[in-house]
Design a binder for this molecule. Structure first.
Ligand SMILES: [Zn+2]
Length: 243
């Protein structure tokens, strides 16, 4: 990303002081670790995204575990299930998800979950794994059903709002979030995807998270400054290694 310094300074001017970037396939070379080493304000998470090729969903737990020791790695993931884009790898996705959770517990890190068209299966696995030993978790870019929202909240997990919350056709999602306790809400970009209205369709970046905060405050019917302060606090409670 050639305009990275500009991206970071725009983020700063919007009050976005810390950022979490995601390595979606820790087995392949990527920039996330080096970015976190170059910039104090950037942290990273690592895992194998459920939409990655089936062969990459198979990994050695100790390989992921060894990256967890990095001081800027503050979460495991994203992992999860995506039965929308990746139907054929269902079994491997489930195995990989469970393995990620085990690694996260072992490393004492929270886990970042991606869920698409797999609400029942995700809820089942998360609660089964939680019964075996608790862990912290965020449902990232939450856009699933009220059922999965309820299940995740019952386990003490966080729900993260993305630009989807600003889209015209997302009333159902706004209704779900309007009932979520503010102590469990996070905001995120999913950059470069899901740019919020009025930037929809263009490349997303951290500065634009302020549109999500504005909308989030409106949905939860609280003052925007309070919403910003609370979601920041939530970030540090969930990703406590960032403190
Ligand atoms: Zn995702």
């Amino acid at each position: 990303m050639s305009d990275l310094p500009a991206v970071l300074s725009r983020a700063k001017s919007e009050g976005v002081l810390k950022m979490l970037t995601i390595c979606t396939n820790f087995k392949k070379p990527n920039q996330t670790i080096s970015l976190s080493e170059r910039f104090e304000e950037i942290f990273f998470a690592a895992g194998v995204h459920p939409n990655q090729p089936t062969e990459d969903l198979k990994f050695k737990s100790e390989d992921l575990l060894s990256i967890c020791a990095h001081k800027k790695m503050i979460a495991v993931g994203e992992t999860g299930l995506d039965f929308h884009y990746s139907q054929d790898s269902k079994r491997d996705q489930i195995k990989s998800l469970i393995q990620h959770i085990e690694v996260a517990k072992e490393a004492n890190l929270p886990i970042i979950i991606h869920a698409r068209n797999a609400d029942k299966e995700i809820a089942k696995i998360l609660s089964e794994q939680y019964l075996k030993g608790c862990f912290k978790c965020v449902m990232h870019c939450f856009s699933s059903s009220s059922y999965l929202a309820r299940e995740a909240l019952d386990l003490g997990f966080y729900l993260s709002m993305s630009g989807i919350i600003t889209f015209k056709n997302s009333q159902n999602l706004r209704d779900i979030f309007s009932k979520v306790p503010i102590e469990r809400v996070l905001v995120e970009t999913d950059s470069p995807y899901l740019a919020p209205t009025p930037h929809r369709g263009r490349s997303n970046e951290p500065a634009l998270v302020s549109y999500i905060a504005k909308k989030g405050a409106e949905i939860l019917n609280v003052d925007e400054d309070f919403f910003r302060a609370q979601t920041t606090k939530n970030f540090f409670s969930l990703f406590d290694k960032a403190n």
